[in-house]
Design a protein around this ligand. Structure first.
Ligand code: NIG
Ligand code: FE
Length: 411
C-alpha cells in the first residue's frame, strides 16, 4: 500500500536518521521543507522532498495537503495512562485550599488510586485505559510510555503491566512499559518502608522481568516518598534484571535524585520543577534526557521546570504529558507544546523538538520515531490549514489537527 501526500505547505522535523536528539542551541533549529511531498510505503516513510522533485509513481491513496502542515506524531515519554476511575474529589479539595501533599497525607493521592485499581478486574481496567489510549491517538500522539505504580502489591502491579502489554498489542500506537512499583509506600508499610523496598526488589522486579512486562524501571525519588538510598537499591536491582532507569525527581525538592539518575545512566530524569545549579551541572556531558511536564505544573500550580536554564546551559530537553488521575488528568500533547512555549518560554522550534525527537529518545525510540526520516514509522499529524507552525503553540485552545496517521494508516 502506497500513500502519497502532496502540496504540503511545510513538512516539519526533517532529519537524517543518525540524529538521535538535539541539545542546547540546536533545539532552536527545526529543519523543514516547504511545498513538500511525502511517500508512505505500508507503515514506513519511503520518500519525501519538494514538490519540484516529486517522483512519478502510482499511489494507492493520495492526500492533497494544500495549506496544511505535516509533522511527526507526538512522542509522549511519560504517562500513567492505566488507572482506575478518577480523583475529581481531590481536585475540588485543592480548589478549596488543600495542597497536593496535604491530600496525600490524609490518604488521598496515589494510595487512593491504588485502592481503586486493586479492586478493579483486569478486563475493566483495560476498558477504562483503552479509552484514554484512543483519545491520545486522536490528539496526535504516535508513541507513548506508560508506567505501572497504582498497584503497589505484586498482584496489582502485574495486573497493570499486563494491561499495558495488551494495549500495546491492540493499538497501532507504539507503547513502552515502565515498572513503577516504587511510586508510594502502601499504608501497611507506613512504619516499615524497608520491607516494601525489599518486596519490590525481591519479588516484584524478578516477576516483572520474568514475564518481560517492562523495559524501564522508575522510582518516585522525593521527600516523603523514596529516599536516595532506597532509589539506589531499587535501580541497582532493576539493572541486574535488565531494566533501564527513568526516574521521577525534583518535583517538590532537590534531594540528590538527579545525581542518582546520572549515576545509574537513566535514560531520562523527569519532572525537574525544582533545579539547583548543581543539578544542572550533574546532567552536563551525560546521555541523560531531562523531561519537563508542564501540564502537571499547570494543574497543580507548582513551578514550571526551568527550561531556559536547562537549554541555555547546553542540555537537551523533552516534554511529556504525565497523564495521570492526580497531578495531570490530560494526555493532550498539543497543550503541552503550547504550555512549554507560553509558560516555559521555549520557542515553537524548541517545543516541537522536545515533543518529537527528544521525546522519542526518552523512550528508546530514536530509530523509528520522532522525525521525518527515511525508513522511520509513517506516524504523522496533518494539521488543518494554518498560517505557520508557530500557530501550534499560539492557538493553544483550538484543535488544529485534521488527520492523524499512525504506522501508515489514517486513524
Ligand atoms: O508524576 N509524582 C508522582 N507521580 C505522578 C502523580 C501521581 C498521582 O498523584 O497520582 C506524577 O505527577
Ligand atoms: Fe509521573
Amino acid at each position: 500500500m502506497t500513500t502519497l501526500i502532496t502540496n504540503i505547505k511545510e513538512l516539519l522535523q526533517v532529519r537524517n536518521n543518525d540524529i538521535q536528539k538535539v541539545s542546547g542551541k540546536e533545539m532552536k533549529i527545526l529543519p523543514t521543507i516547504k511545498n513538500a511531498f511525502i511517500v508512505i510505503e505500508n507503515e514506513f516513510i519511503s520518500d519525501f522532498g519538494t514538490m519540484n522533485d516529486i517522483p512519478d509513481l502510482k499511489a494507492d491513496k493520495e492526500i492533497n495537503a494544500t495549506g496544511k502542515i505535516v509533522l511527526p506524531t507526538w512522542c509522549d515519554s511519560h504517562t500513567h495512562i492505566v488507572f482506575a476511575g478518577n480523583r475529581e474529589e481531590e481536585f475540588v479539595d485543592r480548589i478549596n485550599g488543600l495542597s497536593y501533599e496535604e491530600i496525600a497525607n490524609k490518604g488521598g493521592g496515589i494510595l487512593n488510586s491504588a485502592k481503586k485499581l486493586q479492586n478493579l478486574p483486569e478486563e475493566e481496567l483495560f476498558i477504562q485505559s483503552a479509552k484514554r489510549v484512543e483519545e491520545v491517538m486522536t490528539l496526535g500522539t504516535g508513541a507513548v510510555e506508560i508506567k505501572s505504580g497504582y498497584g503497589l502489591t505484586l498482584e496489582a502491579e502485574i495486573k497493570m503491566l499486563r494491561v499495558i502489554k495488551k494495549l500495546a498489542s491492540t493499538y497501532p500506537i507504539e507503547i513502552k512499559a515502565t515498572f513503577l512499583g516504587a511510586h508510594a509506600f502502601p499504608k501497611e508499610y507506613k512504619n516499615d518502608n524497608e520491607s516494601y523496598v525489599n518486596l519490590i526488589c525481591d519479588k516484584m522486579i524478578p516477576a516483572v522481568a520474568d514475564e518481560k512486562l517492562a523495559e524501564f524501571i522508575d522510582v518516585f525519588c522525593e521527600t516523603g516518598y523514596f529516599t536516595v538510598k532506597q532509589t539506589k537499591k531499587i535501580l541497582e536491582t532493576g539493572e541486574k534484571f535488565g531494566l533501564t532507569p527513568k526516574i521521577h525527581v525534583n518535583q517538590f525538592t532537590s534531594i540528590g535524585g538527579v545525581q542518582i539518575g546520572v549515576k545509574y545512566n537513566a535514560l531520562s530524569i523527569d519532572h525537574l520543577e525544582i533545579m539547583t545549579s548543581e543539578d544542572i551541572k550533574a546532567i552536563k556531558n551525560t546521555n541523560v534526557m531531562p523531561v519537563a511536564l508542564p501540564s502537571c505544573s499547570y494543574f497543580l500550580s507548582i513551578p514550571y521546570t526551568p527550561a531556559r536554564k536547562i537549554i541555555d546551559s547546553g542540555l537537551p530537553l523533552a516534554i511529556a504529558t504525565d497523564f495521570n488521575p492526580g497531578s495531570t488528568p490530560s494526555g493532550n500533547m498539543n497543550f503541552v507544546v503550547a504550555a512549554a512555549s507560553i509558560k516555559m518560554k521555549m520557542t515553537p522550534e524548541e517545543a516541537i523538538n522536545a515533543a518529537t525527537l527528544n521525546g522519542a529518545y526518552a523512550m528508546n525510540l530514536s530509530n523509528t520515531h520522532g522525525s521525518i526520516s527515511m525508513g522511520k514509522k509513517a506516524s504523522l499529524i496533518i494539521t488543518k490549514e494554518i498560517p505557520s507552525y508557530n500557530y501550534i503553540p499560539y492557538a493553544f485552545g483550538s484543535n488544529l489537527i485534521d488527520e492523524v496517521i499512525i504506522n501508515g494508516k489514517i486513524i
